[in-house]
Ligand binder design. Sequence first.
Ligand code: HEC
Length: 380
Amino acid sequence: MRCHTPPSIGGAPTDFRLDVYEDTPLADGRVIRGARTMARFIAYRAGEQGTMPPDFPRNDGQRDTLVNWWENGAPLGGLERNRLPRAELLSELSQADDELVTLEYEVSDADDDLVSGSVRVGDRVIAELVKNGRGSASINPATLEEGDHRIVATLTDDLSRRDVTMGTLVVRHADGNTAPDVTLGNSLFDGLLSDLQFPLNLTVTLSDPDPADALSFDISAFRGSEEVAIESGVAAVVGENVFSWTSAADLPEGPGWRLRIVASDGTASSTYESNRFYLSHQSTQLTYADVEPLLYEACAACHHDGEIPGPTAPNFIAGPDAKGNVDLLRGRLYRRVILERTMPPPSADAIAQREGLPWRALSAVELAIVGEYLLGGSPD
Ligand code: HEC
């Protein structure tokens, strides 16, 4: 639990959590896998193989229990007298109009069950991956319609699921105007953006409950105090606006860039900030044919879609769209393999030997080839 629950620590992957039995679908379409889905990997890594938790292997009895649990279909088990999870608001609610309101809450369970869920204000989700204990989330009331908005936590302890109303946020705007809300639909900024990706279509979604408002938005890229305008004063409509970002040539190369979109209705504005991305201006003569054999030899032992050990490793090497997977994961590949050197894991050699799998480490030159290929935008 210490590592495999949000926020995950020690480099633990963020696409699963083991404090929850079922999978958790997120608003952006991602799915955080729960213990039921991960059962086979839990049984393998912590049970059979004993390489998890790192440094603190379980004893034989515990390992057998995990393997038995999986072999028997990873049942949840039932508790007849389950008590329901609770959530309460710790913040005093203000009625601030334009300032960000931070709501603090506490989630608990009388049975000490592990709880997960989300918190929303009206129909706006402000926190996902909620868990036992204290948490907080912010919302800008300027972007909410005037009126009373219920603050609701949707909670599950895996045996029950329910909505808990924690309070009400009363929103009044001095001039009766609601600010537009803005989000970016692209998830591309989870990683590495290279010149090859341009022109890049940005999908900006705006909402504004005031029907008469004329909307506009400004897009810029920023990093610390550096800020470069991408497009200013774009006229816009409620709903999706697709905007073509033609080139990032005027942005210095490097990590830590984010996109900022400020939406305005002429009276009030609100701001969206994207995840960080690494911007690369590097070009390359390399193609996928140059790196495919390297990835295959150094990675496919684990990253394939067959039997264990392919533990929680996504299948980006073999399979019908291996190249497409490399594009999708370009940023993560670069981070894990080149920047952090956490992939392949240090245990790769031992695992491969024990499982009798063909595997070899990449040489420094081969790593440089993979790095150049990724920075160059992973061309076909
Ligand atoms: C010994 C097995 C093994 C080998 C070999 C291996 N990996 Fe992994 N990889 C894993 C496992 C297990 C995970 C999931 C856990 C994690 O993220 O650490 C993973 C995760 C990753 C991730 C993160 C994926 C995501 O969605 O966040 C990337 C990227 C990755 N590996 C790249 C590589 C590359 C590239 C190679 C070869 C150069 C490689 N790995 C070799 C086992 C392996």
